[in-house]
Design a protein around this ligand. Structure first.
Ligand SMILES: [Zn+2]
Length: 187
């Protein structure tokens, strides 16, 4: 049982170091990325779309060259536990998702996905055991074609100095930078 270039045990360790815990979503995400990579041609340059902000982006960043920082991973908060990998130039690719119809045999994974238990009621060990047993049997895959505008790099346009804070910002954001329009900080 391999997760891209790692054994399952190695992958659990990598997840723990990067994510802080062996979160079920990142562990399942490992199988999802692995399945997707095996269904795109070898050696192509690909981008990723992640349909949720929770957990799954970390699996993609750990196992592919696609990160939020380099722009090859786009997180679209659509609320579905799914990801897509697609050819940068043709926009052709695959989408992998947790298939609710395949979850009946896996009560712990089902309870996690549907939040049927509070986190204190969940046993991380039994979920991890089920995830390891289930592997890709809870997943489905489909061919997709990504809308061309999704993959395009959006230029920030011209950069200026904010008259209020004195920091560099894209002047298309307004008279002052976005932080000076609505700061996340108090005081
Ligand atoms: Zn400012």
């Amino acid at each position: 049982m391999h997760i891209v270039k790692h054994t399952f045990e190695e992958y659990l360790q990598v997840v723990k170091t990067f994510h802080g815990s062996e979160a079920p979503g990142v562990v399942i995400g490992g199988f999802m990325v692995d399945l997707a990579i095996r269904h795109i041609p070898d050696g192509i340059l690909y981008n990723a779309i992640c349909e949720t902000r929770s957990c799954l982006p970390d699996a993609i960043q750990l196992l592919t060259p696609c990160t939020i920082g380099n722009g090859w991973l786009k997180v679209m908060p659509l609320g579905r536990f799914a990801l897509a990998l697609y050819d940068k130039y043709t926009n052709e690719g695959v989408r992998v998702f947790v298939d609710t119809q395949k979850l009946e045999a896996w009560p712990e994974i089902k309870a996690w996905l549907f939040k049927l238990k509070t986190s204190s009621e969940q046993s991380p060990e039994s979920i991890a055991r089920e995830i390891a047993q289930a592997g890709e049997n809870i997943l489905s895959i489909q061919r997709i074609h990504v809308r061309p505008e999704i993959g395009k790099k959006i230029s920030k346009g011209q950069i200026g100095v904010c008259p209020r804070c004195g920091e560099a910002y894209p002047i298309n954001d307004g008279e002052v930078c976005l932080a000076c329009q609505e700061s996340p900080y108090t005081g």
